[in-house]
Design a protein. Sequence first.
Length: 343
Amino acid sequence: MNENGVDGTGATEEAGVYTIGQAADRTGLSVPTIRYYSDEGLVAPIGRTPGGYRLYDREALGRLELVGTLRDLGVDLATITEVLAGARNLAEVAERQIAAMEAKIQTMRLRQAVLRQVTGNAAGPAEILRAHQFARLSAAQRRRLVADLIAEATDGLDLEPGFAAHLRSMLPELPADPTVEQLEAWLELAHLVSDPAFRASARAAFERHAADRISGAEQGDSASWRRAEEAVLTLAGGALADGVPVTGARARAIVDELVAVFADAHRRADDAEFRAWLTERVRIGADARVSRYWRLLAVLNGQPVRADPVPSALWFLGALDAAPPDRMTDGGYQVSTEQLQRN
């Protein structure tokens, strides 16, 4: 007979003595695994049959089950040996194992985010390397990457103080245990802020903002500007949702209401010059990349994600463009094609 069977010495389960095959059945471990644990000194047999086959008692089975459980939880054999010998506290081992598992989970999430970024963008070898590098940046390096973009885009410009402070405070703060969505948002944001075209666009927008402050075309403060932007989401967004065309009396009424809100926010009169100026600013601001930047930053920082303003802004822009250039409005001014072209 072999070691896996019942020997002829009378060792039975009823007597609390088990052959290695019976121990395997009881613990769910394989015979080779039990043999290995025995050879390593983790769980010694209580004896052997006259034929040299190993025997185990109930206490040994309990130790085998503990060893199997700890191995299944990823604990190494050296640590298990110390636990069985009483040299290591099981709770301490568990805490250390949890920390190790969390690190592994984080690593797997990073790898998953990199691979999704690559597959989502049909990236090649260079893009894979770049995504992997972005994924491995430290918290300080992530903040510096975005801070450098803001510094470059605003360097030497006279921006409204509250607006400038808001920009510089909005840095990526990836949590210690980020979700896969947050990791993917970080990789996309890192690619976006590293894009020379996006950086050039951001610089141009801030240069225009600064020039308007110097000329007096842009006044007010960041809080009033945000209220005007919210009005676009409410009024233009509502019109878009309702299927209101950008031409017609209803669209003109919404345009008049929104222009009045923006004029108040910028402390300017609702006249031809202001409408031409506002149309150009809405055209510049309706940039899907900028909207995506703020959305990704919100996801990263665990903040509420605002509705995408671009569709509403594009409806407003279309309605502004469609407004008759030579009609008299309630504000008492007349807009000419020549004035629009000049502005």
